[in-house]
Write a protein that binds this ligand. Structure first.
Ligand SMILES: [Zn+2]
Length: 373
């Protein structure tokens, strides 16, 4: 999932997924035009819009507080947090690794819902306190809504289906009981899929009853939960199977590289069609300067294949498109997924020492999971 970078809190990058802008607008609009006018008909239109806008901003901050709590506990437990991405249904804290024992998993998972519960309580107390003053009714309404939304956040996240917080709590409990992260994840993910199915059916029922928007929303959440449960399980299996496997153990060592001054038509004839790889490192004085892939060549019109050189077309080398021989295979695979490149050079001291493909990693994964089954 991609994010739009916002700011850093406690050394953690906070990003917004683009879906958030849509949700933000929808929430502000539906609150200002429906919810607040029906609850507080005595207020003006501009007051309703102010409330709607502020409610959406504070909803965003509430979700952020929930995620920051997860990340803060994770960091305290020695788990690196790469990024927090806020998206359509809430947020995701991207942890550098899975918690290594059930106790840590439990603490990290439960922290978010507890912070939402505490916020709900604070907003509820504040709304009660302001309800005595009639000129503060705008705040009373806003605070009451925020108490409700934080309580909903806590309850929704406590649904016992992986990858929701409640599912992680469930997983931690089973993990402790069985001693197997894989089995525990499978149980929690299966529960997640059933919960997702239940939410979809509930949504469809609502649609049939005439509540189109609410029902449709539930169907989307249910579908999302099901696929997240599936994906979360696969990721754990993958990480388990690739644990400890290094890039250098999987890479092919006979690197065929091309010089930057090579013409494109020669590159096609002598490399793509001869060696049948789709990506080559570009090296100059034995140092890697870039990579060239079939994708870039395809973008050059054929009549320019003689005049254009590799140098003009290649992707200059940078951290995101090269691998460390000592790096973990599972990280290499994630890099490939992130960049969309199926074949990356392995670089040591500026030299291309090997190439590794997605297929190399997936083959090993298949063999290992076959053996484990
Ligand atoms: Zn959470």
């Amino acid at each position: 999932m991609k994010g739009f970078r916002l700011f850093r809190v406690l050394g953690i990058q906070i990003s917004l997924n683009y879906t958030w802008f849509i949700v933000f607008g929808l929430i502000a609009w539906s609150l200002a035009s429906n919810y607040f006018p029906s609850q507080y008909p005595g207020l003006s239109r501009s007051a309703h819009w102010t409330m709607g806008f502020l409610a959406a901003v504070f909803l965003f901050l509430s979700v952020l507080a929930h995620e920051i709590t997860h990340s803060y506990i994770a960091k305290k437990e020695g788990i690196e947090v790469k990024e927090i991405i806020l998206f359509i249904f809430g947020g995701v804290s991207q942890l550098g690794k899975e918690p290594e024992n059930p106790q840590k998993e439990f603490k990290v998972a439960i922290g978010g819902p507890i912070s939402s519960l505490i916020l709900a309580l604070i907003f509820w107390v504040l709304s009660k306190a302001t309800s005595q003053a009639p000129n503060l009714i705008l705040f009373t309404g806003l605070l009451g809504y925020l108490a409700f939304i934080n309580l909903s956040l806590a309850i929704f996240n406590l649904i016992p289906g992986f990858p929701l917080d409640g599912g992680r709590v469930l997983r931690a409990i089973y993990w402790r009981k069985t001693g197997s992260l894989r089995k525990a994840t499978q149980i929690a993910a299966d529960t997640g899929k059933w919960v997702g199915m239940g939410i979809i059916l509930l949504g469809l029922f609502w649609v049939l009853m005439g509540n189109l928007l609410g029902g449709f929303w539930f169907v989307i959440i249910g579908i999302f939960l099901r696929s997240a449960a599936e994906g979360g399980y696969q990721q754990v299996v993958m990480k388990g199977a690739l644990e400890g496997v290094k890039v250098k153990e999987l890479m092919s060592r006979g690197v065929i590289s091309v010089p930057p001054s090579l013409q494109i038509h020669r590159l096609v004839e002598d490399f793509f069609l001869t060696h049948k790889h789709v990506t080559y490192p570009v090296t100059e004085n034995e140092r890697i300067v870039g990579i060239i892939t079939l994708k870039q060549v395809k973008e050059i019109p054929r009549d320019q294949w003689v005049e254009k050189m590799v140098r003009e077309v290649m992707v200059p080398i940078r951290e995101e498109i090269m691998l460390d021989p000592e790096g973990e295979a599972v990280d290499a695979l994630q890099k490939m997924i992130r960049t969309g490149e199926g074949r990356l050079p392995v670089v040591k001291d500026g030299k291309a020492v090997g190439m590794i493909t997605r297929k190399d990693i997936l083959n090993l994964l298949e063999i290992k999971t076959d053996l484990a089954a």
